[in-house]
Design a protein around this ligand. Structure first.
Ligand SMILES: [Zn+2]
Length: 73
């Protein structure tokens, strides 16, 4: 089980990484041998995720203001 070329960058040089349990990783891009290019949606947050997080922050701020106002009454 020795991959000929890296599926991510096409490099032919690999090295065994101890932190990955001796798995072969590409010397050029660091992609583990036999794995697909890291292009999943999990790699970087999408715009909707960022927007959603901002929405939660706004809601939290509104709730905090309401609590302060109600406790001041
Ligand atoms: Zn590579």
């Amino acid at each position: 089980m020795s991959p000929a070329v890296c599926q991510n960058c096409g490099s032919r040089s690999f090295r065994a990484d101890r932190s990955l349990g001796g798995r072969l990783i590409c010397q050029t891009c660091g992609t583990p041998a036999g794995s697909r290019p890291a292009r999943s949606a999990r790699a970087r947050p999408s715009r909707t995720d960022r927007h959603r997080r901002r929405l939660w922050l706004v809601l939290l701020a509104i709730v905090l203001v309401m609590v302060v106002v109600l406790s001041a009454l």
